[in-house]
Ligand binder design. Structure first.
Ligand code: ADP
Length: 488
């Protein structure tokens, strides 16, 4: 029960509305009953003065309290009050309802001030029968006489009592109906509003849930058009971004599998073909058989290289390979790297130039950095025809960076005068398996993973790699690595 968000919202709204209604009603009833009591007092006050005046007159005509009360009974009945005549000690001399004559009334007569401007006391008392009555008491003896000390005039007080007919219960009875009506109208209006609000909150969430379930079922074409400026809107935007990412990564996964299969299929087909040729004696002479075995060997090597590169890439990307953080002398490393390619350059009639001054140390993994420049040099020589030139240059560059202040990097460039890379391919060159023209590099072509691995290594060193190229003129790869901060 009430498990849905919408139902829970509505129920909580109803509970809050009901609590508010009850509180408001109680506060109003309390205020009303106080107001009613004030009305009773002011009614009693109005009658009190003329009554005291009348009692005073009758006393002067020497009527006994009982006789006086007899005369007041009709007035008391009409005005629905009770009139008592009291001694200064509170003894009831006469009562319009007779029962209290001779008894002691708990009325604060002693507090009736002598000041003729405020000659009253008022309050509430509990009758012997247990109900509460409001009273107003005042002196019925002419003040002048009393203060002049004429003992002949016995001081007499008049108390007028009225039951607070308009007490809490009466007030409730009177206003309950109206309160109920107002409450019902409020409840209905609030309910409609609550329904609308709950719907506006729950609907987008239901749509997001439905879309999430669709994704769980493998249907990734989900886009939510919820544009509200609140948290739900932000959730929808994040959801859309997430779906986009998931789709892209699924696509990348598919492309990856397709690429790997394709790269493996070519050497495998070759191996199958040549081994079959040996088996069914199509390669019948010694030379053909030797050639077939040679090709099988080289294709197996290529497959092994591909698998190695894939493993390498996977390990670097997943962070399994921890790069060493040791000081590396780049000048020395580049020199030995260039030396490795000297023979190949000479064979290809390509001039290989090293233009590297003494460089500050960088922090990193020497073997991994060596792998980067080996790859760049191998590519440069591969794509540079005879009589071309490959130059390795390096320099320290100091720039002012925000927050960091002065930051030094070493920039190493490998420039060739080779075939160049077409502008449309330039932005994809670091993507996995990306090759500009698969037929171009011939037998020793790679799988398009070398630059991807190079970029991963450089980025793991907090560096960057970029490329510039002009078709048929040449290509320049620039690697930038941060210099170790010197501590003096
Ligand atoms: P591969 O192992 O196939 O060479 P890389 O990732 O090293 O893969 O290079 C990707 C592609 O970039 C290559 O296939 C080649 O087309 C192009 N390329 C790389 N370096 C150069 C260069 N110096 N000159 C021209 N093209 C290059």
């Amino acid at each position: 029960m009430f498990t849905g968000l919408r139902a829970r919202l509505i129920v909580s709204y109803i509970v809050i509305i009901l609590i508010c209604l009850v509180l408001v009603s109680l506060a109003s009833i309390l205020l009303l009953s106080r107001f009613q009591a004030k009305l009773v007092f002011s009614g009693l006050n109005d009658i009190a003065v003329p009554t005291a005046f009348r009692v005073n007159g009758l006393l002067q005509r020497d009527l006994t309290p009982v006789e006086i009360v007899e005369l007041l009974k009709e007035q008391a009945e009409k005005q629905e009050i009770r009139i008592l005549l009291l001694t200064p000690r509170g003894q009831v001399l006469a009562d319009t309802q007779d029962d209290w004559t001779g008894k002691q009334a708990r009325v604060a007569l002693s507090e009736i001030p002598k000041d003729p401007k405020t000659p009253y006391v008022y309050g509430s008392l509990t009758t012997p029968s247990g109900d509460t009555q409001l009273y107003v008491a005042l002196s019925a003896t002419p003040l002048r006489l009393a203060t002049e000390g004429e003992e002949s005039q016995r001081p007499v007080f008049v108390a007028l009592l009225a039951s607070p007919r308009r007490g809490l219960r009466t007030v409730l009875k009177d206003v309950a109906n109206r309160f109920l009506q107002a409450g019902l109208v409020t409840l209905v209006v609030s309910l409609i509003l609550a329904l609308l609000i709950a719907r506006s909150i729950a609907n987008p969430l239901q749509r997001i849930t439905a879309a999430t379930e669709e994704i769980a079922r493998g249907n990734y074409d989900q886009a939510l058009d919820i544009t509200s400026p609140d948290e739900v809107g932000r959730l929808a935007a994040s959801f859309n971004a997430m779906v986009h990412e998931v789709k892209a990564s699924r696509q990348a996964q598919r492309d990856f599998v397709a690429n790997v299969s394709h790269e493996l299929k070519t050497p495998l087909t070759s191996i199958q073909g040549f081994s079959q040729a040996i088996l069914d004696d199509t390669a019948d002479d010694e030379v053909s058989r030797y050639r077939a075995v040679e090709i099988i060997g080289s294709e197996a090597n290529r497959m092994s290289r591909l698998v190695d590169e894939l493993l390498d890439l996977a390990r670097i990307e997943s962070g399994q390979i921890q790069m060493l953080r040791e000081p590396v002398d780049l000048a020395q490393m580049l020199e030995s790297c260039v030396e490795k390619f000297a023979l190949r350059a000479r064979e290809g009639n390509v001039e290989l130039v090293l233009d590297v001054p003494a460089l500050p140390l960088v922090t990193g993994d020497k073997d991994r950095l060596d792998q980067v420049f080996t790859n760049l040099l191998a590519n440069a020589l591969k794509y540079t025809p005879s009589a071309g030139k490959v130059t390795v240059k390096a320099q320290e560059v100091t720039k002012i960076r925000k927050k960091v202040g002065l930051a030094s990097t070493v920039e190493i460039s490998v420039t060739d005068t080779g075939t160049g890379i077409p502008p449309e391919d330039l932005s994809h060159i670091f993507e996995r398996f990306y090759q500009v023209d698969k037929s171009r590099a011939g037998q020793d072509r790679g799988a398009g993973l070398g630059l991807t691995i190079a970029r991963q290594i450089v980025e793991a060193h907090e560096g960057s790699i970029s490329v510039e190229s002009v078709r048929d003129l040449g290509t320049k790869f620039t690697v930038s690595l941060p210099v170790v901060k010197r501590s003096y």
